[in-house]
Design a protein around this ligand. Structure first.
Ligand code: FEO
Length: 400
């Protein structure tokens, strides 16, 4: 049975939720599910904006048919070719023969890569600034390369001020009926998953996101329709401020993220003592065990907080595996502009401190603060002063 919602009087959300997906992109756990958004415009011509993941194709096709109200589908606009949105393009075209695919040249090339179907007679190629009239509405196209793939574009409905923003401004989490961000307590209930989505999916491409935001700033936007998560019709500026911080790698909050990797609890003990001493000094702390919490959550909070502490035992003469993976992930996501402190452990040949510093040095404007703490198996009473000194250095840096 179809399951749709009206965005405006002539625009209908025809997407679907998936609450059974164990790993988005095969990597990111989505305990609250995910939505695949698609939108159908009823104008003199009918226009579908993107398709959906193959996991939800049945309800998606039903939704499209329902929203079409018996009319034929004239245009399919493809803004992004990643299969969570484009996997059902061939199926859609087979169900709606004669539909014109509106896309740019990079998208056309990817269509030939992903499908063994000849779309060539159905393509209407567009480039930056081109317009398409569908009757009352006039659409224009804004290239947004690397937000999140190189072919990505935004489509802007100039008539109603609607930005179809592809992956930008999306979030993890099923909609659960709530199509609009103002139907949920977004900044309390959803921001963490929005940050985890942005930082893990698009976080590496801050420079390109900045370019896209500058282009979007020139548009008179009244509604934002992303491919995941909520439609924005109120308070969008507040969300935009978060994107501004995330894409320039500026922290949202002064506070300390402590991530530790500990085999028998001794490194965890030192990290816990540091956390207590920071809290004693009035500093906000968020703490993770890298063996317990998936890297995507820790990476997300590394974008949130101003100061990071990494504590790891030495393992196979290197950094403990989960911490090594986390640091690679953070480096690969291009994090910048943080103050970092290090705690290392090693019972006979501690090496993780030096190696963690080497990883951190690969990122821009990362400053190591305080004296690194070296544990030989376990923290000793006479080292408590070192933890105090590190807590003082971090607190001073935060207050400074
Ligand atoms: Fe939601 Fe980059 O695809």
């Amino acid at each position: 049975m179809h399951c749709t919602r009206k965005v405006t009087s002539d625009l209908t959300w025809v997407g679907a939720d998936d609450r059974r997906l164990s790993c988005f992109e095969g990597v990111y756990g989505v305990p609250d599910g995910v939505s695949y958004n698609s939108y159908l415009l009823q104008d003199e011509k009918t226009v579908l904006f993107d398709t959906c993941d193959k996991a939800v194709f049945e309800v998606f096709l039903e939704n499209v048919d329902y929203a079409l109200e018996g009319r034929k589908l004239d245009y399919l606009v493809i803004d992004h070719m990643e299969p969570d949105h484009a996997a059902t393009v061939e199926l859609l075209v087979r169900c709606h023969p004669g539909v014109k695919i509106v896309c740019n040249a990079k998208i056309q090339k990817m269509l030939t890569q992903f499908f063994n179907y000849d779309f060539s007679s159905d393509i209407l190629l567009v480039k930056e600034g081109d317009t398409l009239s569908t009757g009352r509405h006039e659409l224009t196209f804004v290239m947004a390369p690397m937000v999140h793939w190189p072919e990505v574009m935004f489509t802007f409905d100039k008539t109603d001020g609607i930005l179809f923003s592809a992956d930008a401004f999306g979030t993890f989490g099923a909609l659960n009926g709530r199509l609009f961000a103002d139907e949920t307590d977004f900044f309390n209930d959803d921001l963490n998953e929005a940050r985890r989505y942005y930082t893990n999916i698009v976080g590496k491409y801050g420079q390109q996101v900045q370019m896209a935001l500058k282009k979007a700033a020139g548009l008179d936007i009244k509604l934002v329709c992303p491919l995941h998560g909520y439609v924005w019709r109120q308070d969008f500026g507040r969300y935009l401020e978060k994107y501004q911080l995330w894409s320039t790698y500026e922290p949202e909050e002064k506070g300390v993220l402590i991530a530790y990797a500990s085999v028998y609890g001794h490194t965890a003990n030192a990290a816990n003592i540091l956390a207590c001493k920071l809290c004693d000094r009035g500093i906000k702390v968020k703490m993770y065990d890298t063996s317990v919490t998936p890297a995507s959550y820790i990476l997300s909070d590394s974008f949130k907080y101003s100061h990071l502490v990494f504590a790891s035992t030495t393992y196979n003469n290197g950094i403990f595996v989960n911490m090594e993976d986390l640091l690679h992930d953070i480096v690969n996501h291009n994090l910048q502009n943080r103050k970092v402190a290090i705690i290392e452990n090693g019972s006979w040949a501690p090496a993780s401190g030096k190696l963690m510093r080497e990883e951190i040095s690969k990122m821009k404007n990362m400053e190591i603060i305080g004296d690194g703490i070296k544990l030989l198996s376990a923290l000793k009473e006479d080292q408590l002063s070192q933890i105090d000194a590190l807590a003082d250095a971090i607190a001073e840096s935060i207050r400074g």
